[in-house]
Ligand binder design. Structure first.
Ligand SMILES: NC(=O)c1ccc[n+]([C@@H]2O[C@H](COP(=O)([O-])OP(=O)(O)OC[C@H]3O[C@@H](n4cnc5c(N)ncnc54)[C@H](OP(=O)(O)O)[C@@H]3O)[C@@H](O)[C@H]2O)c1
Length: 298
């Protein structure tokens, strides 16, 4: 099912731009869609099981004067992912920002994990990211942005039952670095936002690990989907694809190396507005991992 809205001229930092967010019907993806629409982009969202929620996101963006599109696309289906990119380009005349957000978490320890679940986790969380980037790269121009939604679990696992999920998110982190190098010559950056525990359907307050995980965090609370959306909004503000430490508007100070990903919980939080990034030459120039382990607000 596909629906579009076409209204008004937008004037934010993404005015005239087009963004595709996979898994934009609920949770973090829906918040990213609202945020990028507020920033001025025409926004396409994919969904799989929640058509009504995807339509509600479209209607909300439309009501605020934006342009939006909902496309059914199971991320496990290579053809559907390619079609979502093609439909976005056909409808809005191009694509400038791709956010690979759709993800699933099937819990289970090694003794009970099914191979079908393993394969679906890899297909949705990893293969779909590659397929979407491959398809979008045919249309992205210089200044284009790819932002993947990884997880801090790529670097640390604090409880049983998430080995396969963590593996998929580690794969996304590595894929991000490689794709950043592949696409840098074309002026396209690739970044990986790695949220910590964030309150959504995937990580509900009454879930089995919520209290355990939140208590490992210095701030003793989960992040919100809107906070992660703020992280996603950030890289498109980076001048020339370079990211800087500090508040989004503080572009005079080059960011300092801070690798929060190597620390064990509790995480060091010197500055809650800090965007901690691994700092290699390549990543400075064309992308890398943005770590938001404690629900960073930007
Ligand atoms: N919540 C956290 O604590 C947390 C922490 C770190 C990273 N993350 C990551 O953040 C991303 C979003 O997570 P969330 O917490 O917002 O999860 P969520 O509330 O469960 O929402 C998942 C979204 O992905 C979509 N989706 C799921 N399977 C799909 C498929 N096969 N094809 C297309 N879309 C699909 C869902 O759409 P439908 O309902 O329409 O299928 C929904 O819009 C994921 O990549 C997740 O791994 C989450």
């Amino acid at each position: 099912m596909t629906s579009t809205t076409n209204t008004t001229n937008r004037t934010g930092g993404l005015a005239g731009k087009v963004a595709l967010i996979t898994g934009g019907s609920r949770g973090i993806g829906a918040a990213i869609a609202r945020r990028l629409a507020r920033d001025g982009a025409a926004v396409a969202v994919t969904y799989n099981a929640s058509p009504e929620k995807a339509e509600a996101v479209v209607r909300e963006i439309e009501a605020a004067g934006g342009r939006a599109l909902a496309v059914r696309a199971d991320s496990a289906d290579v053809g559907a992912v390619r079609n979502a990119v093609a439909t976005t380009v056909e409808t809005f005349g191009g694509i400038d920002v791709l956010v690979n957000n759709a993800g699933i978490l099937v819990h289970g320890t090694v003794d009970q994990y099914s191979i079908d679940d393993f394969d679906r986790m890899v297909a949705v969380n990893v293969r779909a990211v590659f397929v979407a980037v491959q398809e979008a790269a045919r249309h992205l121009k210089s200044g284009g942005r790819v932002i993947n939604i990884g997880s801090m679990v790529a670097d640390r696992t604090g409880f049983p039952g998430v080995s396969v999920y963590g593996m998929t998110k580690a794969a996304v982190a590595s894929l991000t670095r490689g794709l950043a190098i592949d696409l840098a010559p074309r002026g396209i950056t690739v970044n990986n936002v790695q949220p910590g525990p964030t309150e959504t359907d995937m990580n509900p307050k009454d879930g089995p690990h919520y209290d355990l995980v939140v208590n490992m965090l210095p701030v003793k609370r989960a992040g919100t989907a809107d906070e992660i959306a703020g992280m996603v909004s950030y890289p498109r503000q980076c001048r020339g694809g370079l990211c800087y430490r500090g508040q989004p508007d503080d572009r005079r100070r080059p960011h300092r190396v801070t690798d929060a990903t190597t620390a064990s919980p509790p995480l060091p939080v010197a500055d809650r507005t800090l965007i901690a990034r691994r700092d290699t030459d390549v990543e400075q120039k064309c992308g890398g991992n943005l770590v938001a382990p404690e629900g960073v607000t930007v």
